[in-house]
Write a protein that binds this ligand. Structure first.
Ligand SMILES: C[S@@+](CC[C@H](N)C(=O)[O-])C[C@H]1O[C@@H](n2cnc3c(N)ncnc32)[C@H](O)[C@@H]1O
Length: 429
């Protein structure tokens, strides 16, 4: 957890985080809760950081509260405050005194201070019984791994050798990776500019630069002028795999907010159609491309309803970056793991099959479609693509360059350098 900036009081940040956590546990998406929140400036940034940290650890905080409270709390914001403070106490044991003190100050803003004693008592009890309570938490899978039981079970089944590292990565703060706009600046030169601005970073390849520590984009030199974009390294794999060449007709079928679309346009001079079902999100594609000095035909439409948006001219390349559980990027959206239900995964899988089945019609003979997801669940990845190939006799799986797997797919597992992404490349005979 990074320190809230000097002028934000920790008590205000804890209270703001408590409200965000309460909204998420009440069923609201974190971004929606934030959009309607009156939080501003440094308090907002600090509350977001504390809120994300507490939500990453929610399985643990919930378990600890079960041990620390005599009966469940009815007051959602009070519960959020305790979860925020407990996560901070665990992450920063050296600041225990300040955390308790500031959590009690935050509690004075709730119910005319009625819960100050309770907050003080629960947090001090945690500190007194810390070792005993943490040992109990470590023996409980949800509290230990900080993910829902069904999620852990799925990962154990789909990744018997890696499930623990996937869960551990899901609990970390995400890295910040940049994609250099090689149309405008060479990566090596951009890295020099970054370092000159006091931002420590290193190149991961010819385009990707990983920052040692995330910084706000306003601090990144040339960001506003379009010299670079924020894009995870795993997401940057897509453009290279699709093998776009100048002059091709390319469809990005689930394109918003336009990260991969922009990368495709930076890679080759293609005629790109960027489609998305969500009009508000599609508007962000236009904004992002404008910042980068790029252009595409942006359309709002459902990829499954081909006749509503397709002019009948086949595409040479299709990127199907399908809507999914986002289980590979859960450290960036920790609310998702507590808001999703296991039954949602079958729903995503059904939408994904309908999307790729519909898109296949629009691909020309010899053309390639890249199936992409930011999931680590097999139902949305390997099993989805195997079923697709089973349904389409004219679909052939192409090997993924750089991988040794015979079954032609790439599953990036989340780690310190990138998020979890899945890719499979299909060619039409
Ligand atoms: C994983 S995101 C795409 C990220 C994007 N490719 C990028 O790199 O910035 C999936 C997108 O699919 C869109 N979507 C969901 N269902 C869709 C559908 N039936 N047709 C088209 N787009 C859809 C969502 O609105 C969302 O923007």
């Amino acid at each position: 957890m990074s320190t809230p900036q000097r002028s934000a009081s920790l008590a205000e940040a804890l209270l703001g985080a408590a409200q965000l956590i309460a909204a998420v546990l009440g069923g609201r998406n974190f971004d929606v809760a934030l959009a309607v929140s009156p939080l501003a400036g440094v308090t907002r940034a600090a509350a977001m950081d504390i809120g994300y940290t507490a939500l990453r650890a929610y399985g643990r905080g919930d378990f600890l509260l079960g041990l620390l409270l005599e009966k469940p709390l009815k007051e959602a914001v009070l519960r959020g405050l305790l979860l925020a403070a407990l996560a901070r106490l665990e992450a920063r044991p050296e600041e225990a005194h300040t955390t308790v003190d500031q959590a009690v100050t935050a509690a004075s803003q709730l119910a005319r201070g009625r819960f100050k004693g309770l907050v003080n008592g629960v947090l001090r009890s945690f500190l007194r019984r810390r070792e005993e309570l943490l040992a109990l938490a470590d023996a409980d899978p949800v509290a230990r791994w900080r993910h829902p039981a069904w999620w852990i079970a799925r990962l154990r089944q789909d990744h018997p050798d890696h499930w623990e590292s996937i869960l551990a990565a899901g609990n970390t703060h995400p890295p910040l990776c940049l994609r250099v706009n090689n149309r405008r600046v060479a990566s090596a030169d951009f890295l020099i500019r970054l370092n000159a601005a006091g931002i420590a970073a290193h190149a991961l390849d010819d385009t990707a630069i990983l920052l040692d520590k995330p910084v706000p984009v306003e601090r990144i030199p040339g960001f506003a002028e379009g010299l670079c974009s924020v894009q995870d390294w795993g997401a940057q794999t897509a453009a290279g795999l699709l093998d776009v060449q100048d002059g091709m007709r390319v469809l990005d079928a689930c394109a918003a907010p336009g990260g991969k679309a922009a990368h495709l346009l930076e890679t080759a001079l293609v005629d790109l159609t960027a489609l998305d079902a969500d009009a508000a999100r599609a508007a962000r594609i236009t904004d992002n491309l404008r910042r980068l000095g790029l252009a595409a035909t942006v359309k709002v439409g459902d990829a499954r309803a081909v006749d509503a948006w397709w002019d009948g001219r086949p595409f040479d390349r299709i990127l199907a970056d399908v809507p999914c559980s986002a289980s590979g990027v859960v450290r960036r959206h920790p609310d998702a793991k507590w808001l999703r239900r296991e039954s949602d995964i079958a729903g995503f899988a059904a939408t994904q099959s309908a999307i790729v089945d519909a898109l296949w019609r629009t691909l020309g003979t010899g053309g390639k479609m890249l199936y992409a997801s930011c999931s680590v669940f097999g139902e949305e990845n390997a099993r989805q693509v195997a079923a697709f190939v089973g349904r389409h006799a004219d679909a052939r799986r192409l090997p993924i360059p750089g991988t040794t797997t015979r079954d032609a797919q790439l599953q990036h597992l989340p780690d310190a350098e990138h998020d979890g992404f899945y890719y499979a490349l299909l060619q039409k005979d």
